[in-house]
Design a protein around this ligand. Structure first.
Ligand code: ZN
Length: 138
């Protein structure tokens, strides 16, 4: 069995951003040389997500509105977590959008559905943060 590990780094300009990381994940798979197996991709921070969905700007705006309804950023004082930090909403948004994805590797390719793309979801950005890519297989 082969195993591969890589960290991808991100520093968003905004507090919240969605980045399509599918091309970077494909590069990892190519580098790994693995033809059949499983790929795990997870945010290494508790205020960021990795998730799979459509790369469509309207939907991304809908996610932003949906998440702001459930866990609005402001007022900061509404959260017990805030005080030392101001990112309680980011922790909650990350919990909704998830920590990681697992994708099957078939014939050296990401075995995704027709519209599935892999995203990094940043909810407390403007600093360097990491995503882990781990691939096992043969
Ligand atoms: Zn925090």
């Amino acid at each position: 069995m082969k195993s591969y590990r890589k960290e991808l780094w991100f520093e968003t300009k905004n507090r919240r951003e969605f980045i399509n990381i599918t091309p970077k994940v494909k590069e990892c798979l190519y580098e790994s040389g693995i033809r059949e197996g499983l790929l795990l991709c997870n945010a290494m921070h508790i205020t960021a997500s990795v998730f799979i969905n459509d790369d469509e700007s309207g939907l991304h705006h809908d996610f932003e509105v949906f998440l702001e309804k459930l866990a609005p950023e402001k007022p900061y004082s509404q959260y017990s977590h805030n005080g030392y930090e101001d990112n309680a909403d980011a922790h909650l948004k990350r919990t909704i959008m998830g920590r990681e994805v697992v994708v099957a590797i078939t014939d050296s390719k990401l075995d995704l559905g027709p519209w599935e793309q892999i995203f990094y979801g940043e909810f407390d950005g403007k600093r360097r943060k990491r995503v882990l890519v781990k691939i096992i297989g043969a």
